[in-house]
Write a protein that binds this ligand. Structure first.
Ligand SMILES: Cc1cc2nc3c(=O)[nH]c(=O)nc-3n(C[C@H](O)[C@H](O)[C@H](O)COP(=O)(O)OP(=O)(O)OC[C@H]3O[C@@H](n4cnc5c(N)ncnc54)[C@H](O)[C@@H]3O)c2cc1C
Length: 598
């Protein structure tokens, strides 16, 4: 069975030594009293919860899955899941970064992001139950009426109730403009909602007394397409003004999907049969309101893969040091043993270091994004808020797609390190691969993320937001460009930053003439952008490590950071050259292929 050690030191390194999050966030009045010790202490406790409570349930959850009683429509989750959730609520974990007005602890998103990385590393399937609630909280917090907020936010904050996100229907996933679920206005101001949703994560379970479904549906007079979608809050049980539960609302789980991974999470088919709901936000503006939840969820999905990357790496590393096979090509290293541990073989190291670099780069990007999210929402200076908001918008599709593509590659490598044993259920390694695969699909497939990045976030504003992020890279290059020891990191980064401008302009021009060119280039483009961001953070991490070493710090932690950054720039970053080349090959080799695909 796999083990999991919360990567607290690595988190502290990114938060306090690289990003300086406490000073950055202290500029926000609500975080005026923030200090590093508090952040560290909360995460230490959070790490204990993840590694001691939810991690031991990961393999059981995978083997048992969820079961549906078709007569009662109730779902039973795997053994121990419900009790772990009760402990989560008891510990106040749901409230971590929620608004104190609704009972939250008011800590920065950074705390929640790190806590959730650990929960995901420990048990992704379990984590999706509270994870989706958090998205529902965000959407209601941003778009709910005062009455909705008063009634529902305290329950989501305490974790007493959970939330879901009901978008997908059998005939539409990516293209939500086609959705058919109907909402009929009632005389009392509520709506009766009828339709079928599928693939609803945590859509039914036995954790809580109530579930709040956030449902996209159409009003009778709604315009066609995505401009005619509204958002509704549909509770499983109706809620009286005093908060007590009333009648069962006809929103039923009619089936559970049998799927490749995340077996412990109930992926529900949900039938709404005149279920009572209330409007969230404005009529026909449901997608905008839901985007709050979707954006939170996209960052959350990137974080899921980050957690899996870390745990898969940790277990592969332990195995590679213990498993004896063959001798090193340059002669025996463990002479007292019948063979050398496989960690002596260069390619095993490559697989381990790939996973390690994906975890460390992903963590820096993820924590940075959480910090910018806090600034975008709460910073007193409007310009800082706007700039931060732009950066979060730019990075969100990259976090979602780059981290999940990397997570799948990393878990695959980690499984490969185990050889045939990795393919066997008990080692838990193949579960990581299966669990990681969905992260590339839901919350908008990674292709859709790449179209969002290139089309909406980059080309639609002529690269303005990209240039904003580029300014930070320029500042780093200006500061470190004179430092010879940083040349191995700064030179490739500066080269890519320069190439990126030309690359973007070129695709923009091609796309202007033929919009399909954008679709032909976007996936490669997003990966190049991902490396640009990773390169920036790896250079910053290397700079901190070099300074610590120069000051005489002998902690091997800093050597490790330096070696990982070197590996990253030498072995992973150069992928950008081939990606730019394939993106530049144009769309004809994809679209002029009717004969090949006949
Ligand atoms: C386990 C699981 C959990 C899920 N949880 C939820 C949930 O909680 N709530 C919810 O509402 N949904 C959920 N989903 C649904 C998920 O978000 C969708 O499956 C996903 O968005 C893709 O939609 P689709 O399956 O209909 O695929 P389609 O939209 O049919 O896409 C099929 C393929 O076509 C590609 N494609 C589509 N349009 C384009 C385009 N314009 N350009 C290029 N390629 C394109 C896609 O990238 C994909 O590869 C879940 C799904 C699964 C499997």
């Amino acid at each position: 069975m796999p083990s999991y050690t919360p990567p607290l030191r690595d988190m502290q390194f990114v938060m306090h030594e690289v990003l300086n999050v406490v000073d950055e966030l202290k500029t926000i009045p609500r975080y005026g009293d923030l200090d590093a010790d508090t952040l560290n202490a909360v995460l230490e406790e959070g790490g204990k919860f993840a590694s001691e409570v939810t991690q031991p349930l990961n393999l059981i959850g995978d083997s048992q899955g969820c079961t549906l009683d078709k007569t009662t429509h109730e779902v039973t989750t795997p053994q121990g899941f419900k009790e772990a959730y009760a402990q989560y609520v008891e510990g106040g974990w749901a409230a971590l970064s929620c608004d104190s007005e609704y009972g939250g602890q008011g800590l920065p998103f950074v705390t929640n992001q790190c806590f959730y990385e650990m929960l995901n590393g420990a048990n992704q399937a379990w984590t999706m139950y509270p994870g989706l609630s958090h998205g529902a909280y965000e959407a209601l917090h941003a778009h709910g009426t005062d009455e909705q907020k008063k009634k529902y936010l305290p329950k989501l904050t305490s974790g007493e109730w959970t939330g879901t996100m009901c978008l997908t229907e059998p005939h539409c996933g990516t293209d939500l403009g086609m959705l058919r679920t109907k909402a009929e206005p009632q005389a009392d101001g509520t709506y009766k909602i009828t339709g079928n949703k599928i693939f609803i994560s945590a859509g039914e379970h036995d954790f809580t007394s109530n579930i709040l479904h956030l449902v996209l549906a159409r009003l009778p007079d709604a315009p066609k397409g995505s401009k005619g979608i509204s958002l509704f809050l549909v509770p499983k049980f109706m809620v009286a003004d005093d908060g007590s539960l009333g009648a069962r609302n006809p929103v039923f789980c009619t089936g559970l999907e049998h799927k490749m991974g995340i077996h412990g999470n109930a992926t529900a088919q949900i039938a709404l049969d005149g279920a009572v709901g209330t409007l969230v936000g404005e009529p026909n503006k449901g997608l905008q309101a839901m985007f709050v939840m979707m954006n939170a969820a996209r960052l959350g999905v990137g974080n899921q893969s980050l957690g899996l990357t870390e745990v898969a790496y940790q277990n592969a590393l332990v195995y590679a040091k213990e498993r004896l096979q063959m001798r090193s090509l340059s002669g025996p290293k463990a002479k007292d043993q019948p063979a050398d541990p496989i960690i002596v073989h260069p390619d095993v190291r490559k697989m381990l270091l790939t996973a390690k670099a994906y975890a460390e780069g992903g963590r820096a990007m993820s924590i940075y994004c959480a910090m910018m999210l806090d600034k975008s929402l709460y910073h007193p200076d409007e310009k800082v808020r706007k700039d931060a908001d732009d950066i979060v918008a730019l990075l969100t599709p990259i976090v979602k797609a780059f981290l999940t593509d990397n997570g799948f590659a990393a878990t695959n490598h980690a499984m490969q390190v185990f050889g045939g044993h990795g393919y066997i259920h008990e080692t838990g390694m193949e579960q990581f691969v299966r669990d990681a695969r969905i992260n590339m699909i839901y919350e908008g497939t990674n292709t859709v993320q790449s179209l969002d990045l290139l089309g909406r976030k980059v080309l639609a504003n002529q690269g303005a937001t990209l240039r904003k992020f580029g300014k930070q890279i320029e500042t780093l290059i200006a500061a470190e460009g004179v430092n010879e020891k940083m040349a191995e990191f700064i030179n490739p980064l500066a080269y890519l930053a320069d190439q990126m401008t030309k690359f973007t302009t070129e695709i923009g021009f091609k796309g202007f003439v033929n919009p399909d060119e954008v679709g032909g280039a976007s996936v490669d483009y997003l990966r190049v952008a991902g490396h640009l961001v990773f390169g920036y953070f790896f250079a910053r991490m290397a700079s901190v490590a070099l300074k610590a070493i120069a000051e005489g710090n002998t902690d091997p932690f800093y050597q490790a950071k330096l070696q990982t950054a070197r590996f990253y720039f030498a072995r992973l970053f150069p992928e950008t050259a081939s990606l730019m080349r394939t993106a530049r090959s144009g769309v004809a080799n994809l679209l002029d292929t009717d004969a090949a695909l006949a």
